[in-house]
Write a protein that binds this ligand. Structure first.
Ligand code: S3P
Length: 462
């Protein structure tokens, strides 16, 4: 599948509307996982019907959990209790989803049956020793394949022992993996994170009446308790909202309202970074739903300036850097990102892939080991040089002038890269053709539909 995005710099209408983006991916995964091992029926509203969260749902069905839905975001999970899962007949195929694989490895490490976790080409090239190492310390029988990659083979483990684990990387997936294994361990499991990362696991465990202590960077739980079923209201995903937050910011005449977005402070780095760059973002109607803060977000157009992105904000915006790179590409001056080497092991090497795409669009961008330096091109993106743009040669006249009117971008099968370059079209003089966009369905089904509603000129071709 490919996206063809028209040169937005010619459209003068702005990005406008009042929309709700789909449910939070991280919270959707966790609602199925905790619902499955709870006692009783868990009712989930606003569940993300994207491929990643559906992979988690299918995995639990394969382990004997009865799950109704999803239907319009409604799911009912008939929990089987901490020890009620059964051995799947086949390896659990988790598609593109790193969260499914890393969290499930922890949850399944203490089961009385063996299981194999596998996935697609992207997932099977991602590092898994970061979770295998702490699980082994707990006594798990776990093997990874060549170079610590999937498939993950979990043998039967008779007993897990609690550990105190100091995370070498800032990763909510590693923290959650260890805490979920801790549910099955003897004693008190503690994780210590180098900097704060998303805390949905801790919050949701409490929502399922399971005590999690928090003491600064430490999160601890005692193994051997039980989870009580509950109701989960999944807020709209700030990581999906991010594409439209940037879209409205960088497009003149924009005024966009995004409803019921999750604004957990461990996820709002995108808002802090854009505000430091000069964005006009307002939160209203703030409330707490099932232990998670939500708000409506209003975004209006603004001129951005380049900044040095504070390192403490990096884990709080870790999934939003592809679209932050697009914001930087039209800001005045230089934006410098450091301390973000984790971006190299996401669904793609997001530092290289984004820099390559921006270079193809004529932006002065450099990849560094742990980030990037991007000099904003305020005259608009496109393969043509600034002189050509000044002389008024746009996409329509481009062919006559011998100037490229369309630029091809490789998304490398990375959903967030694909959506980011669709947003980049809003500041582009040329059409942008984005290849290999199928995986947008992993996190944001109907991205194209909603993008059109707010004013992007985006077509989908298969
Ligand atoms: C996630 C944690 C982050 C994030 C991912 C979802 C989670 O990964 O990038 O999309 O739901 O816990 P890391 O823990 O690898 O940073």
């Amino acid at each position: 599948m490919k996206f063809v995005a028209s040169p937005g710099i010619k459209l003068n209408n702005g990005i406008n509307g009042d929309i709700r983006v789909p449910g939070d991916k991280s919270i959707s995964h966790r609602s199925i996982m905790l619902g499955a091992i709870a006692e009783g029926d868990t009712h989930i509203h606003g569940f993300l019907e994207g491929e990643d969260a559906l992979a988690t749902l299918a995995a639990f069905r394969s382990m004997g959990v009865s799950i109704e839905g999803p239907e319009n975001g409604e799911v009912v999970v008939h929990g089987v209790g901490l020890h009620g899962l059964s051995e799947p007949q086949e390896p659990l195929y988790l598609g593109n989803s790193g969260t499914s694989m890393r969290l499930l490895a922890g949850l399944l490490a203490g089961q009385s049956f063996p299981v194999i976790l596998t996935g697609d080409a992207s997932l099977t090239s991602r590092p898994m020793e970061r979770i295998a190492a702490p699980l082994r310390k707990m006594g798990a029988n776990i093997q990874t394949a060549d170079k610590g990659r999937p498939p993950i083979v979990l043998g039967v483990t008779t007993r897990l022992t609690a550990i105190d684990y100091v995370l070498p990387v800032a990763s909510a997936q590693v923290k959650s993996c260890v805490l979920l294994a801790g549910l099955y361990a003897d004693g008190k499991t503690t994780t210590v994170e180098p900097v704060p990362t998303r805390d949905h696991t801790e919050r949701m465990l409490r929502g399922f009446a399971y005590d999690v202590e928090r003491d600064g960077a430490k999160a601890s739980l005692q193994g051997g308790g039980s989870l009580q079923s509950t109701e989960v209201d999944v807020p709209a995903d700030i990581s999906s909202a991010a594409f439209f937050i940037v879209a409205a910011t960088i497009t003149e005449n924009s005024d966009l309202l995004l409803r019921h977005v999750g604004v957990n402070p461990t996820r709002t780095g995108i808002i802090d970074i854009l505000k430091l760059m000069g964005a006009n973002i307002e939160l209203s109607n703030k409330k707490e739903v099932g232990g998670e803060p939500v708000a409506d977000i209003r975004v209006r157009s603004s001129k951005l300036k380049g900044i040095n992105i504070p390192r403490r904000l990096v884990p709080l915006a870790i999934d939003e850097f592809p679209v932050i790179f697009v914001a930087a590409a039209c800001a005045q001056g230089e934006t410098v990102l450091t301390g973000a080497e984790e971006l190299r092991v996401k669904e793609s090497d997001r530092i290289q892939v984004m820099v390559d795409g921006l270079l193809a669009l004529g932006v002065d961008a450099v990849a560094t080991t742990d980030g990037a330096i991007i000099r904003g091109k305020q005259s608009g993106l496109g393969a043509m040089d600034d002189e050509a743009i000044k002389s008024g040669v746009g996409a329509d006249a481009g062919i006559d002038a011998g100037i490229e009117s369309s630029v091809d971008i490789k998304s490398h099968d990375d959903h967030r890269v694909a959506m980011s370059f669709a947003v980049a079209s809003l500041i582009s003089h040329c059409e942008i053709v984005i290849h290999d966009c199928d995986n947008v369905a992993t996190s944001f089904p109907n991205f194209v539909g909603l993008a059109k509603v707010v004013g992007l000129d985006l077509q989908l071709f298969s």
